[in-house]
Design a protein around this ligand. Structure first.
Ligand code: ADP
Ligand code: 5GP
Length: 196
């Protein structure tokens, strides 16, 4: 397997502990796969569980991949200020529950958010000490292959997600670090090193 390529890193400040790390990248690039691989070996890494109005995919469990809520419940989370950030992505809303993130950071636990570009921008505004990591595909063709090959979305949803992917790829330079997801193992190792 080929090696993950790292395109630039920001200076690491030892004073900034624990770390809040945001992982973003186009749908289908392999964010969930990389994070799951890393957490299998390192379950101590805490991954925030988002709330979403998206319907569960086969195998997804309430409170594990997401808290699945309806529009009314999501409205309440927003109105009550319970979300650290939220965004609409390809027809559904997604948001990060604020309190759990703050509690883990206060307890000294490194926190990982797997969220979209709009959410990453909001976190950068509200928590400028956060590090932003962009997961890039080896090529556009490979991204299309992965998103299509996953087989979890309709052709229409894939089109919407590829539209969003073009916007996300154009924003790569806003991130502190880019990891190219060629090899899941290599990228998981690099991400773990960034979290510590
Ligand atoms: P995301 O969470 O970014 O939407 P997923 O983790 O669901 O993406 O991955 C999308 C598809 O790509 C899945 O079928 C996954 O198995 C596959 N995949 C992920 N990483 C790689 C890789 N490095 N090489 C080949 N396929 C991959
Ligand atoms: P999916 O439907 O494939 O699980 O996720 C679609 C997109 O929503 C992905 O880019 C994912 O990172 C993003 N996402 C998941 N949770 C959140 C969240 O809490 N906030 C934001 N802004 N994006 C999220």
């Amino acid at each position: 397997m080929s090696t993950a390529v790292s395109r630039g890193t920001s200076p690491v400040s030892p004073a900034r502990q624990p770390r809040l790390t945001v992982l973003s990248g186009p749908s289908g690039v392999g964010k969930s796969t990389v994070v799951a691989h890393m957490r299998k070996a390192h379950p101590e890494v805490w991954l925030s569980v988002s709330a979403t109005t998206r319907k569960p995919r086969p195998g997804e469990q309430e409170g594990v991949q997401y808290f699945f809520v309806d529009d009314e419940e999501f409205d309440k989370l927003v109105a009550n200020g319970e979300l650290l950030e939220w965004a609409e992505f390809a027809g559904n809303r997604y948001g990060t529950p604020r309190q759990a993130v703050l509690d883990h950071l206060a307890a000294g636990v490194p926190v990982l958010l797997e969220i979209d570009l709009q959410g990453a921008r909001q976190v950068r505004e509200s928590m400028p000490e956060a590090q932003l990591v962009f997961l890039a595909p080896p090529s556009w063709e490979e991204l299309v292959r992965r998103l299509t090959g996953r087989g979890t979305e309709s052709a229409e949803v894939i089109e919407r997600r590829l539209g969003a992917a073009k916007v996300e790829l154009a924003a790569e330079s806003e991130f502190d670090t880019t990891l190219v997801n060629t090899s899941v193992e290599d990228v998981a190792r690099e991400l773990l090193a960034l979290l510590r």
